[in-house]
Design a binder for this molecule. Structure first.
Ligand SMILES: [Zn+2]
Ligand SMILES: [Zn+2]
Length: 411
């Protein structure tokens, strides 16, 4: 499909720093970056929509075997157990952790299904150049759901669970498991060919009439340029409410970050799981899980789990605190560094769920009665809450607030 119109995207506002700039014609296979903060504004991938549609359809097909066939089979002392993706929810629910089960089920099954259910029809309609009035709304739902669809994070969690089980029992990956690997890789590939701004441009005009002069705002969801008077109303392209900045950004981010700080301490003190052998429990914290991986010589996995579970949440919490303090105190120094850190936090946040998924897989696979079984512990609930709250905090934060101070000439 010809994507030439993408070259004609004219004036745009950087989503990270708010700078208005006019985008020159972007050559194929090139990226246009913000002139001020370096954020990516547009990636032009010829055939991107067709490729994304083909990959999304492949993901739609793989969804069924990846979710309805057993992923792994564990044999222990003559008994055998297997797990489906959804067993993360059911096993945690059955062992007294329904809230944790719901979070795992939402991220590993519900969000990927809903995301594809919104993305596939959006891409079909865009490819067929058919534009029903609800298309923008539908694609906005797909964009909103994407970070919560954690298939690739679940895959890494499965790898950690596999490595921990392999040490004590025989474990094999079954057909569903290989389909899940393919499903996760296809989903990663969709992200590499899909440029959101190109899709929005294909869905509808990038600016409302009469926005050539006078004060304007841009839609925070789809980047449509609208007159300032339209603030508070609905975006004609994606049906989101138009706001100049994310509403209540400072207060929401501060409250979520503060709550996450307390839970982060709890999550690191309390055990996250127990291995129960012959009725005797052996509780393990996030840190002792990392140590166990090192003792078994699994250095790469130990480093991944340490970064995802201990370092990344701490970087997120201190980073968000730094952003909030800078805004409150009117600091404008190092605003570039803060913007880069914000982009990093936004991108990396969901990977912290590796341990949560690993725990859900161990509790569903390692259930051999009195011989040995794994149970979740309260630390896992605290940790899942940290990941959820820090993701919500970074999504509620509006990086443009930091740049508003620069424009208003604060010291
Ligand atoms: Zn920028
Ligand atoms: Zn919009």
């Amino acid at each position: 499909m010809n994507l030439a119109p993408a070259e004609r995207i004219g004036r745009i506002y950087c989503p990270d720093c708010g700078l208005a700039q006019s985008l020159p014609a972007v050559p194929a296979h090139s990226v246009a970056d913000c002139a001020r903060c370096g954020g990516t504004l547009l990636r032009r991938i010829p055939g991107g929509i067709t490729a994304a549609l083909a990959l999304a359809l492949a993901a739609g097909l793989l969804l069924f075997p990846a979710n309805f066939l057993p992923l792994m089979i564990v044999s222990f002392e003559g008994a055998e157990r297997q797990n489906l993706t959804i067993n993360g929810l059911t096993s945690l629910w059955d062992t007294g952790y329904p809230s944790l089960g719901m979070v795992v089920g939402a991220f590993s099954v519900a969000a990927p299904v809903l995301w594809l259910a919104a993305l596939i029809p959006s891409l079909i309609l865009v490819a067929r150049r058919s534009h029903p009035p609800w298309l923008g709304w539908l694609f906005r739902q797909a964009e909103w759901l994407r970070p919560w669809a954690m298939t690739e994070v679940y895959l890494l969690g499965s790898l950690v669970a596999y490595s921990r089980i392999k040490d004590v029992a025989s474990i094999e990956i079954s057909t569903g498991g290989w389909c899940f690997v393919a499903f996760a890789l296809v989903i990663l590939a969709i992200g590499s060919v899909l440029d959101r701004r190109v899709i929005w441009h294909a869905i509808g005009p990038d600016a409302m009439a009469g926005t050539d002069q006078g004060d304007v705002i841009d839609c925070l969801a789809c980047s449509l340029i609208a007159p300032l008077e339209a603030e508070g109303g609905f975006c004609p392209r994606c049906a989101a409410r138009l706001h100049r900045r994310k509403p209540g950004s400072f207060a929401k981010t501060a409250a979520l970050t503060l709550a996450a700080f307390f839970l982060y301490i709890l999550a690191n003190i309390l055990p996250v799981l127990s291995i129960i052998r012959f009725g005797r429990g052996d509780p393990s914290t996030i840190f002792s899980g990392v140590r166990e991986l090192i003792e078994n010589g699994l250095w790469p996995l130990a480093i991944i789990v340490f970064l995802a579970s201990i370092a990344v949440p701490l970087v997120k919490l201190t980073g968000l605190t730094w952003f909030l303090l800078a805004i409150r105190c009117g600091f404008t120094q190092r605003v570039m560094a803060r913007t880069r850190l914000y982009r990093f936090i936004e991108g990396i946040g969901r990977w912290s769920n590796i341990d949560v998924f690993m725990i859900s897989i161990l509790t569903s696979l390692v259930q051999f009665g009195t011989l040995t079984r794994v149970e979740a512990e309260p630390g896992a609930v605290a940790f899942a809450a940290v990941v959820l709250l820090t993701m919500l905090a970074s999504r509620a934060f509006d990086a443009r607030l930091m740049w508003d101070l620069v424009e208003n000439g604060h010291e």
